[in-house]
Design a protein around this ligand. Sequence first.
Ligand SMILES: C[S@@+](CC[C@H](N)C(=O)[O-])C[C@H]1O[C@@H](n2cnc3c(N)ncnc32)[C@H](O)[C@@H]1O
Length: 224
Amino acid sequence: MPGRQAGRDQGGHVADLDAETARVRGIYETMAPRYDRVIAVAERLLFGGGRRWACAQASGRVLEVAAGTGRNLVCYPADVQFTGVELSPSMLAQAQARAETLHRRVDLRLGDAQHLSFPDASFDTVVATLTLCSIPDDQAAVREMARVLRPGGRLVLLDHVASPTRPVRAVQRLLDPLLVRFQGDHLLRQPERAVRAAGLVVDELTRSRFGIVLRLAAHKPTNR
Ligand SMILES: C[S@@+](CC[C@H](N)C(=O)[O-])C[C@H]1O[C@@H](n2cnc3c(N)ncnc32)[C@H](O)[C@@H]1O
């Protein structure tokens, strides 16, 4: 298909990547060796405690979408059955190494969050941290998260988003094209809208750091 590149997850699923998703994969392939150093700074400035908050809500069969280098692995309860999907092979290799260091049994796969290869209702919890800012079609990714959640299952998000405060959002609007171009990072996302549009019910939504940092927990109604 023109403009699409083939990628293969370890479950044997072939995903055709559109041009923007392939570009984002290239950005993270390049960034992978320094990702942990770079993100540690952002964690200190913006996301303090966010990873522990997100992972503490995970139970049962857990899917982490865009698991990156596996920085959340240390935060999950010991008894979760963990599956992670990630676009970049180099990020995924680091997650695998981290899981081995932590002696955690995990199922880590290459894959595209916009086209998950799991059947409907496969997971009790879906977690995504600092992820929807990077996925080209964040709404498609949220729809996929909702699809693979079982009825009653929980979605937990931690991300940087569009601030509701006008002057802050104006700065974000200025920076957004540069960040998208060079980092594949979107500053103006509003995941809570995509979550509601996907039919999930928001249980908790808090903002901090001038409204830029979002913590969101939602569930899939049992009648879906
Ligand atoms: C900012 S990093 C966050 C990594 C990790 N979630 C964390 O909390 O450290 C964004 C990650 O999203 C991944 N990603 C971007 N688009 C994706 C997609 N369509 N499917 C799966 N992963 C994707 C990137 O490869 C990268 O590892």
